[in-house]
Unconditional design. Structure first.
Length: 256
């Protein structure tokens, strides 16, 4: 495991497997340092939580926990990583990832909130990546939970979400992204596809509170499906030909 308190590092081409921590970052915890790139394969890393006088402290970022700066970006494969609280693979808490997360695959990761990624109080971009069979055990965001602005880009490859779920002991509901805008100004979910061969597919849809959806691309088609069985409005479908216009997520929205 790597713990960065005040250093400057680049992590490239490394395999992290089977590492554990009690609170933050099973493989990498960037507390107050600066990391250039993080490129690697992350599998079966785990953050389990610990106890203090007030009870059990939450565990976040099964593979990576970032609280400060990654000056380039994060890229790799993230498989079967887990955290008992937030971010089965990656937790980004008020941190800044300059080039975001790109060219990555996330599969089988799980946490209470944010099965693959938990992003709080930060703007985060995700590009040319896939999310498959990630899930939460008690909370929201089968693949991604975000309380900051989130941008999904399909530039050189498609972005696919498939089989991601919000699970409880008795139910499992399809969900890819949960946007939590809290009670302040709405946050933004931006979906950008380069062309018709670079699609963004949301098999489990988007849910949340107090957020806008901004869709940008070359043409004007977005498919909405609102399953009546779910307890919240949901955007679900395949974004193929896109347009530049905000959609306020208080209802199913309109295509203009």
């Amino acid at each position: 495991m790597i713990y960065d308190d005040n250093g400057t590092h680049t992590i490239n081409g490394t395999t992290f497997s089977g590492n554990t921590a009690t609170q933050n970052g099973g493989a990498i915890y960037n507390y107050s340092g600066t990391i250039g790139d993080i490129i690697g394969d992350f599998s079966n890393n785990y953050v389990e939580g610990k106890y203090d006088v007030s009870g059990k402290i939450g565990a976040i970022g099964g593979a990576i926990s970032n609280n400060t700066t990654v000056t380039s970006g994060i890229s790799g494969t993230f498989t079967n990583n887990s955290a008992t609280s937030q971010g089965g693979a990656i937790q980004n808490y008020a941190g800044y990832i300059t080039d975001g997360i790109s060219n990555s695959t996330f599969s089988g990761n799980h946490a209470a909130d944010g099965g693959a990624i938990w992003n709080q109080s930060s703007s985060l971009a995700i590009t040319d990546s896939s999310f498959t069979n990630n899930y939460t055990t008690t909370g929201n965001g089968g693949a991604i939970y975000s309380s900051g602005n989130l941008t999904i880009n399909a530039v050189n490859d498609a972005v696919t979400f498939s089989g991601n779920q919000v699970k409880t002991s008795s139910t499992a509901v399809a969900n890819d992204i949960y946007m939590d805008g809290g009670t302040g100004a709405p946050i933004d979910l931006s979906l950008n596809a380069a062309d018709t061969t670079k699609k963004i597919s949301l098999g489990g849809g988007v849910a949340g509170t107090n957020y806008n959806v901004n869709i940008c691309g070359e043409e004007t088609l977005f498919i909405f499906q609102i399953p009546s069985a779910l307890p919240y409005p949901l955007y679900q479908g395949e974004i193929i030909l896109l347009f530049c216009s905000p959609l306020d997520k208080e209802g199913p929205g309109e295509v203009c």
